[in-house]
Ligand binder design. Sequence first.
Ligand SMILES: O=P(O)(O)OC[C@H]1O[C@@H](O)[C@H](O)[C@@H](O)[C@@H]1O
Length: 330
Amino acid sequence: MGHSDPIWDHKAAIELTKDWNGIDQVVLRSPLGASVKVSLHGGQVTSWRNDRGEELLFTSSKAIFKPPKAMRGGIPICFPQFGNCGSLEQHGLARNKIWTIDENPPPLAPSDSHGKSFVDLLLKPSEEDLKCWPHSFELRLRVSLAADGKLTLTSRIRNINGKPFSFSFAYHTYLSVSDIRYVVFIAVWLTPFFEVRIEGLETLDYLDNLWQRERFTEQGDAITFESEVDRVYLSSPNVIAVLDHERKRTYVIRKEGLPDVVVWNPWEKKSKAMLDIGDEEYKQMICVDGAAIEKPITLKPGEEWMGCLEIMVVPSSFCSEGLDSLSKYL
Ligand SMILES: O=P(O)(O)OC[C@H]1O[C@@H](O)[C@H](O)[C@@H](O)[C@@H]1O
C-alpha cells in the first residue's frame, strides 16, 4: 500500500477497513476527496467516487454481498476464463476468491504510483484451485487513484513454473449511467440521439453472445441501447469513451494489453430472471470491459503478462470532442 506524495498524509490516503461481510477492504482517497474501495474478496473494486462524492460505478441494490459469488457491480475480475467458454465456473475463479495484500510487489513503472494512492493485491492458487485449474500462477493487481480522481487497474499474471498455460481476462466494469433508453431530439438536426452511447467501437467486428458467438461487423455510428446486448468487440482502439448526455459526463477509458471490449446490458427480461439485479436497474448500468478474450494469452514458465485499464470521468457536452482529443485527459 502506498502513496508517493510525501505532502499528502499517508494515513488519510489509504485505510484498511472491513466490508459489509467482515472481509478486509482497502479505501483509497485522493487529496480532493475522490475515493475507491477495493475488497479482498475477488480483488473487486466496489466503489469509485469523484470529489463531489458521486458514485461512478454501478452496484445493484439487490447485489448479494456474500462470498463465494462476486457481487453485482463495481469491477469484478474475470480470470482465467471469460463467461462459460471453458470448464471453470462462469468468468473463472479469481472473482470468487479471497486475495491478500501484497506488501512487497515487484516494481512497476514510476508512473504507476507517482502522485497516487495505491494498493497491491495478490492471488495465488490454493490446493483446491489447482484441482480445477492445474497451473501455478501469481495474479497481481495494483489499484491506484490519482489526485485528479483517475482510477487505474494494473494486472500482472506470471507463470511461476511448470507447463505453459493460456487464459482469458476481463475487467468487468459496471458503469453507472443515466437511463440508457432515453432519446433526445436536437432541434437543429431533428434527429434522435440516445443519451448514453459508446464511441470507439464503430465498424469493428464483434462476437455476439446472443447468437452463439457468431461474428458480425458493427454498422452503427456509436453504440446505443434499445435491447439486450452481450458482445465482444474485437481488436478495438486503446481509447474508447462512454458519453452520458443527461449527466453531462464522459468516461474516457484507456486499456493496454487488452485488445477486446465486452459490452453487456441484460435488459428487461434477463434482469427479471436474475436474482441479484433489480427489475428496472438495467436502465442505469452498462458493462464496458477491457478484455483479452478472442485470442487467449499464453505464458511459458517464467513469463509475465500485464493488462492495464485507466478510467477518467470528464465533463462533457452533447457532441463528443472525439477520441483523440479525449485521450488528453488520461
Ligand atoms: O452473471 P455474471 O456471471 O456476472 O455474468 C454477467 C454477464 O457478463 C457478461 O460479460 C457476459 O458476456 C454475459 O453473458 C453474462 O451474463
